[in-house]
Design a protein around this ligand. Structure first.
Ligand code: FAD
Length: 480
């Protein structure tokens, strides 16, 4: 019997799993997909928000500000890219100047440090590529950018290294109450557990309703993006928000941690929870925003478009707590933006919530004496000194073979991410961890080579190597 079963290995589930791995508990982390972070966590703006946006007194405001402060340490420990580059909310007219004043006041109420209202000259001093019609901006020094899926993968890897059991390809289809807790049916297997934590993103209401009366409903809401080549990455230095409107936080123009430029997102309620298509209207709207905001931008340098789905609820706040009348079922639901930022603080809160009922649950919560907060550092061959590169190639000649010529990724790095705990098993899984296929050609050249390496390392037939989700086959059979 497991002590705790977490459903969903996105950023909230993986943060909670790692936090719980500090204790001597038997923990199970389940996900329906074939990789960690294949839900909303793999498609968002990747911003670590400062915290002036959420309504004061809300859980969003509380966990955003707390979570933001926790990012430096966790990203250092887990060797995940994170840059505190600061954020701007730009104002182009008098009404928007009033809005940024309101955001500033809200930020103060939420406890956001290091904010300032900037004059036109100050804004243009930071962002030279903004149109001269800008009238001012709210600057928040603590705003940052992170690799969201890299973080979730690193958290899962570290959690597994510290004793958590991760089971992928395990869709939870039923949960029933037992005398000691629950029986969870996932991927045609039965698991018994004392406590369930529901971190199932856009399906959190469905999981909750397997054992509880309906109290909330997830409204899927899609956000679309355009990602640009690294040649455009220097167009802005900070996270540049447009002024918020009823559409949400406002469209953003920002560099990514790897030096690309990202534009987006839109916000539209949709019917299907996994409808991640992009639309002409959506992408045109974000492009128009960029044209109105920047002096210069080249749309010929868009290398891919994508979308992510927010798990919205009508209360517009996170739903975090014990299900009604139960100490052994915890919902972590409605985690839309700023869920990525808030996740480390949510994890601490959830663990405290479980500790409150530890006697009733029969959980000792002894310390895991072997807990190691750090994971094995990842290898970035091109960032190494020449002498270190030579040493590595002497140890393993796979580091001497470049597979992805856009991003300069070696075979050694690809083999490493396949063979780690919570390692990659798909083409996009390798891409998310080591970045082959993230460059200008989007895997056109290196894709087949990466597939060969996956097949060889995991002893699979090439035909069985998928692009990303289940069934996303690339090859159907031999032609000659
Ligand atoms: C367009 C957009 C922009 C955003 N920008 C930001 C931002 O810049 N900063 C920020 O802080 N936040 C941002 N967010 C919010 C942030 O991305 C989310 O809050 C966060 O990723 C939610 O993580 P999660 O783990 O709760 O959900 P998910 O990542 O969706 O994880 C849920 C997991 O549950 C699994 N699952 C579902 N059903 C089952 C089942 N039946 N059995 C087993 N497993 C199941 C799924 O496969 C999935 O892996 C944005 C969101 C969107 C959509």
């Amino acid at each position: 019997m497991y002590d705790i079963t977490i459903i969903g290995a996105g950023i909230t589930g993986t943060f909670i799993a790692r936090e719980l791995s500090k204790y001597d508990l038997k923990i199970l982390l389940l996900d329906k997909e074939n990789d960690v972070s294949n839900g909303t966590t793999k498609a968002n703006s990747a911003i670590v928000h400062a915290g002036y946006d959420a309504v004061e007194g809300s859980l969003k405001a509380k966990f955003n500000v707390q979570g933001n402060k926790m990012y430096d340490e966790v990203c250092r420990d887990l060797d995940v890219p994170f840059k505190r580059i600061g954020s701007l909310v730009t104002a182009f007219n008098d009404e928007e100047l009033d809005t940024i004043q309101c955001l500033y006041q809200r930020g103060l109420a939420n406890g956001v440090p290091d904010m300032k209202i900037l004059s036109k000259e100050e804004v243009l001093g930071i962002e030279k590529n903004l149109k001269d019609t800008v009238k001012g901006a709210l600057y928040a020094k603590t705003g940052g950018i992170v690799g969201p899926w890299e973080l979730a993968i690193a958290l899962a890897e570290n959690a597994v290294e510290n004793g958590v059991e991760l089971k992928l390809n395990s869709p939870v289809t039923d949960i029933t109450k037992t005398s000691k807790g629950y029986r969870v049916v996932a991927g045609e297997k039965n698991y018994t557990t004392k406590l369930v934590i529901n971190c199932a993103g856009v399906y959190a209401d469905k999981i909750d309703q397997m054992v509880n009366e309906p109290t909330f409903e997830i409204i899927p809401n899609r956000g679309e993006y355009n990602l640009f080549d690294k040649s455009m990455g220097g167009l802005v230095n900070t996270v540049v928000f447009g002024c918020p409107s009823k559409m949400g936080k406002g469209t953003v123009i920002l560099p990514t941690v790897h030096g690309n430029l990202l534009l987006g997102p839109t916000a539209a309620d949709i019917d299907q929870r996994e409808d991640t298509r992009t639309t002409f209207e959506g992408l045109s709207a974000i492009n128009d925003h960029a044209k109105e905001t920047l002096k210069e931008i080249g749309f010929q340098d868009v290398i891919t478009s994508f979308s992510g789905i927010r798990a919205k609820v009508d209360t517009k706040d996170f739903i975090i707590g014990k299900a009604e009348g139960k100490v052994n079922f915890i919902n972590v639901a409605g985690i839309d933006s700023p869920g990525l930022t808030a996740a480390p603080a949510i994890a601490e809160y959830v663990v405290d919530l479980i500790k409150e009922s530890k006697e009733t649950l029969g959980l000792a919560f002894g310390e895991n004496k072997d807990f190691n907060p750090r994971r094995k550092p990842s290898i970035h061959f091109m960032d190494l000194k020449r002498s270190e590169q030579i040493k590595l190639i002497k140890k393993d000649e796979a580091f001497g073979r470049i597979i992805c010529r856009c991003e300069n990724i070696t075979e050694g790095e690809i083999v490493d991410v396949i063979n780690r705990k919570a390692g990659a098993t798909t083409l996009d899984g390798v891409k998310r961890r080591a970045r082959p296929g993230s460059g200008r050609c989007q895997g056109g050249f290196c894709g087949p080579r990466v597939m060969e390496i996956i097949a060889r390392e995991l002893d699979l037939d090439m035909k069985d190597v998928v692009k990303d989700g289940k069934g996303s086959y690339i090859l159907t059979g031999e032609t000659k």
